[in-house]
Design a protein around this ligand. Sequence first.
Ligand code: PEP
Length: 250
Amino acid sequence: MRKKIIAGNWKMNKTPSEAAVLAKEIAEVAKDAVCDVVICPTAVCLDGAIKAIADGNVAVGAQNVHFEEKGAFTGELAGNMLTEIGVKYVIIGHSERRQYFGETDETVNKRTIAAINAGLTPIVCVGETLTEREQGIMEETVRRQTKIAYLGIDGDKAAETVIAYEPVWAIGTGKTATADQAQEVCAIIRDTICGLYGSDVAEKIRIQYGGSMNDANAAELLSKPDIDGGLIGGASLVAEKFAAIINAAK
Ligand code: PEP
């Protein structure tokens, strides 16, 4: 049985003081959670959020990590900077990073390796655009993204990572993939991992769905056999809505 994992991607929302308040509210509603719960505020809010919920069972994740350990990379954050303040997870290759910041399958692979080396758990995002789905290359796209993300990573390390299937057409649009569509692609991703590492790793790795997941659709999505959690944007910014998703993961 894989433990479900519900993660909130706060994107570029919340100032440090607002983030500390929301982190505390989420720690309160998540105190009896039976799944793993992660919040991912912006970099400048990480330390405050970690301190605000130090005693709770909610982990904090970053929204990106650089692939080098240090050096002349203005504006970037290294893995050990994140782990030193208590960050546990990091989102890698979110479609907004791919779309607006030139993230590629290759840089996703490098960042995933760097995250693992630093002791962070990567949440590796994959997912097709609407055009790719309409062109009939959804499967090819997510298989390629998954294979490249895991290049050079050993199976025992891969098993501990998390993959988020996020169809780009469903992110922030209010259009959710149906539970059957999401299950179909999560199964394809698990099969890709099986092809790379074998069934033991494929059975261990956790695969989330992300894309307009909310209190109304979470239970059905999370009931599917290959969906082990959710990566949630908009609904993670309101504690009660996020709580409903956490409760749906029972
Ligand atoms: C996301 O940004 O990862 C996401 C899934 O956003 P939303 O839930 O708002 O669609």
